[in-house]
Design a binder for this molecule. Structure first.
Ligand code: GLU
Length: 476
């Protein structure tokens, strides 16, 4: 996919990092220490499948251990390579620092096309990969905690957790060795939707400040905004679903592997998702214009573009033709460093990946804490909270009775107010808070520093500053 003169993913991340540190006052030694990837482990292992031994290549890269455990997903894709895993690990470091999850950055990947294997084969491959990583402490609740990424999900995380537990039978915290697990295997409510939810919260916070909205030459709120989403995987699907169902945004375009769908009046996200699962692609979907040239839809007129699939989809060739005034990077690295420059020159506002898709790792953090504390969030306080609310309601009821027709409690107030927060509500509240605070820290730098012209630089400045402070505190 890379064009000539296009930096690799790893180079792109380094270029963005370099642009940021040029505005900072770090010693060259510390700068270098933060930039480099600490270690990348490559493993080649064989699994007997279909009567033969198949060899797989996997990676786990640790970018920065200024905080431990290090955190980051495991990706299953044929395109996985060392450059990519290292770039993604570096992004994890900056992402975790920005949203204040107490982790260093890591990432893993396995070169595999998961669609070519049966479930029981994938289980054997995953368990073997997990074994190789766990025996080197590259999976470990206090050192390295993987999570889902492209091509992996709850199922793979459950296998990894079980594999680790079998190898560490006396580790009481074994479940915290990986996040993104199913609820019945120690997962947390709201983890699956978390990254898409985070994208929604990020956009809401963006639209709360008129100065930001003005910078993108937009007006008003999310209501009625035309949105094109690239990739209807876990992240793109949830973002599109929440934005259309809860914020009034109109999903005018959806791009998938086999092409794009366009409907100026808005696509039914749920219906497209159903079609995609049943047919393996979007072609043939009724109620929309289909084009096999999905990438061309990235260039269509819209208010918000959400690349939620692969890295490098907006590059030197197509960047100048992108019309969206606002892009939110739900994927990691969807805009190459050279495309970023072209878009910045055009005045496009970009909400950068290290912030925009941090919802996933944020809820992973909650899951890890839940596993270490061995108790579900809300279990202790929910009923107590409800009892206190009942007290207030009883008093209000007395007032209602006393005032007669002059005043009465609104019909659905009782029901809404009485309900104490369960785990899902608490997770969403924690995620919303995290996304708001992190955005506000970027916004402050973006508006206050004349030498910072874009949100990506603001994000890097905030996060590198935090990583540097950690290293300094360690005496480095
Ligand atoms: N793979 C996700 C990411 O790129 C989640 C990582 C995590 O939860 O640790 O941010």
């Amino acid at each position: 996919m890379l064009k000539r003169n296009e930096p690799t993913f790893r180079e792109s991340v380094d270029m963005m990092f370099n642009r940021a540190v040029a505005l900072m006052d770090l010693s060259p030694g510390l700068e270098e220490k933060i930039r480099v990837c600490n270690a990348t482990y490559t493993v080649r292992f064989g699994v007997r499948l279909r009567g033969d031994i198949q060899t797989f290549t996997g990676y786990r890269s640790v970018h920065s251990e200024h905080m431990e455990p290090v955190k980051g997903g495991i990706r299953y894709a044929m395109s996985v390579n060392q450059d990519e895993v290292e770039a993604l690990a570096a992004l994890m470091t900056y992402k975790c620092a920005l949203v204040e999850t107490p982790f260093g950055g890591s990432k893993g990947g396995l070169c595999i096309d998961p669609r070519q294997y049966e479930e029981h084969e994938l289980e054997r491959i995953t368990r073997r990969f997990a074994y190789e990583l766990a025996k080197r402490d590259l999976i470990n609740p206090s050192q390295n905690v993987p999570a889902p990424d492209m091509g992996t999900g709850e199922r793979e995380m459950a296998w990894i957790a079980d594999q680790y537990a079998r190898m560490n039978t006396t580790d009481i915290n074994a479940r915290a060795c990986v996040t993104g697990k199913p609820l019945n295997a120690g997962g947390i409510s709201g983890r699956v939707e978390a990254t898409g939810r985070g994208v929604q919260y990020a956009l809401r916070e963006f639209f709360r400040d008129k100065r930001d909205v003005d910078k993108a030459n937009l007006q008003g709120t999310l209501d009625g905004k035309r949105v094109i989403v690239q990739g209807l995987g876990n992240v793109g699907y949830h973002a599109a679903k929440f934005l259309s169902a809860e914020d009034g945004a109109i999903i005018t375009g959806i791009i998938e592997r086999d092409g794009g769908l366009y409907h100026p009046g808005g696509l039914d996200v749920e219906a497209v998702q159903h079609w995609l699962t049943r047919h393996g692609g979007v072609s043939g979907f009724p109620d929309a214009t289909y084009s096999p040239e999905g990438a061309a839809l990235l260039e269509e007129d819209c208010d918000i573009l959400i690349p939620a699939a692969l890295e490098g989809v907006i590059h030197l060739e197509n960047a100048a033709r992108i019309k969206a005034p606002l892009i939110i990077e739900a994927a990691n690295g969807p805009i190459t460093a050279s495309a970023d420059e072209i878009l910045r020159d055009k005045g496009t506002v970009i909400i950068p990946d290290l912030y925009a898709n941090a919802g996933g790792v944020t809820v992973s953090y909650f899951e890890w804490v839940k596993n270490l504390s061995h108790i579900r969030f809300g279990r202790m306080q929910r009923r107590q909270e409800e009892a206190r609310h009942q007290l207030l309601l009883d008093e209000l009821q007395r007032l209602d009775d006393y005032l007669g027709d002059a005043w009465s409690i609104s019909p659905d107030f009782k029901q809404k107010y009485l309900k104490g927060a369960g785990e899902l509500e608490l997770v969403r509240s924690g995620l919303d808070d995290t996304m708001r605070i992190a955005y506000q820290s970027m916004r402050e730098v973006w508006h206050d520093r004349a030498d910072v012209g874009d949100l990506r630089m603001a994000a890097y400045l905030v996060s590198i500053d935090k990583v540097a402070a950690s290293y300094r505190a360690k005496g480095l």
